[in-house]
Design a protein around this ligand. Structure first.
Ligand SMILES: O=P(O)(O)OC[C@H]1O[C@H](OP(=O)(O)OP(=O)(O)O)[C@H](O)[C@@H]1O
Length: 305
């Protein structure tokens, strides 16, 4: 099949998922296209009913919204994607700044589901492309390992580095575990700052232990703890305690995806964090770093191949 000419490309329609915040409007503005919000009704028995209020015929329908609290958001998304196709959409894709279930990437105990793979199959059965931000890639090396559809993983690092250059004079980037090295090293490179990672052991959902593995002598540097996800907040709390014991002061905490509640945020402040900030992939009071503007270019690239 020959590549589509620009004239033949279907126009975009952005459809905001429930609780998607400002993202759908931002995307529609950047794409200069129409936007509509998915109507969602919950019946008394908990079942959902979705309704598309815009004409999707012949359009490239882009659902937009993060997949935090995924169990309540995923079925409406799948139903809506199915409806869009039935109603004549030319293409159906998803921009989800936070992609759920990526941490369940291994059968840790006999009989457990490898949910990241199952979830990928589920979404890939309903969608033709996916754009997200810094998915949790630990045992999977890329989204392509589990998502058969075209995907783009947008890096938050340039936006984080830009924020740091503005807000922290002489940062030392610190990752709380080895996996965080992938984000920490890139942000450090972009800032021209030194970096190190700790070693983490997870014993339970809210039970982690971390220890310093590199040096602790970084005179004049402000430690900046950087991780992809804050959930219970215990990883960062444990890392903050280690930094305090090593004599660091006024550490800054940055997470890409803020999945934590008020208590976890308070625990980080109590453990010595001078500031706790996050990217705007999940709407949260700590949002300070905008990555949503990076999504439209990735979407244009992927939706038009
Ligand atoms: O706020 P918390 O509840 O501590 O969760 C956040 C941590 O969880 C993830 O790693 P995880 O411990 O799942 O390790 P992994 O790299 O083995 O997937 C993530 O990279 C954070 O480090």
């Amino acid at each position: 099949m020959s590549p589509k000419t620009p004239e033949a490309r279907p126009p975009f329609l952005v459809v905001g998922l429930p609780d998607a915040g400002a993202l759908p409007a931002q995307l529609a503005t950047q794409l200069r296209c129409d936007r509509s919000d998915l109507a969602l009704h919950r019946f008394p028995d908990g079942e959902c009913l979705v309704r598309l209020d815009a004409d999707v015929q012949g359009r490239c329908v882009v659902f937009a919204g993060s997949l935090d609290h995924p169990d309540g958001k995923t079925l409406p998304l799948l139903f809506a994607a199915d409806a869009a196709r039935e109603l004549g959409a030319a293409r159906v894709g998803l921009v989800a700044p936070y992609l759920a279930y990526m941490r369940q990437d291994h059968r840790f105990h006999a009989g457990e589901a490898v949910t990241s793979r199952s979830y990928a199959r589920l979404l890939s059965g309903a969608l033709e492309f996916l754009v997200t931000v810094d998915p949790h890639l630990h045992r999977w090396h890329s989204l392509g390992d589990i998502y058969p559809i075209p995907t783009r993983a947008v890096a938050a690092a340039p936006a984080i580095a830009q924020w740091l250059r503005r807000e922290v004079a002489a940062p030392l980037l610190v990752g709380p575990d080895e996996e965080s090295g992938q984000w920490v090293a890139e942000v450090a490179r972009l800032c021209g700052a030194p970096w190190t990672v700790m070693a983490k052991q997870r014993h339970g959902d809210r039970d982690v232990a971390v220890k310093m593995t590199g040096g602790t002598s970084w005179p004049g540097r402000t430690p900046v703890l950087l991780d992809d996800i804050g959930s219970s907040g215990q990883t960062l709390v444990a890392a903050l305690q280690v930094l305090r014991e090593a004599g660091f002061s006024q550490p800054v905490c940055i997470v890409v995806h803020a999945l934590f509640g008020r208590e976890a945020q308070q625990a980080m402040l109590d453990a010595g964090a001078a500031r706790v900030v996050s990217c705007d992939t999940v709407a949260h009071p700590t949002n300070a770093i905008a990555v949503a503007p990076l999504l439209a270019p990735a979407l244009l690239e992927i939706a038009r191949v």
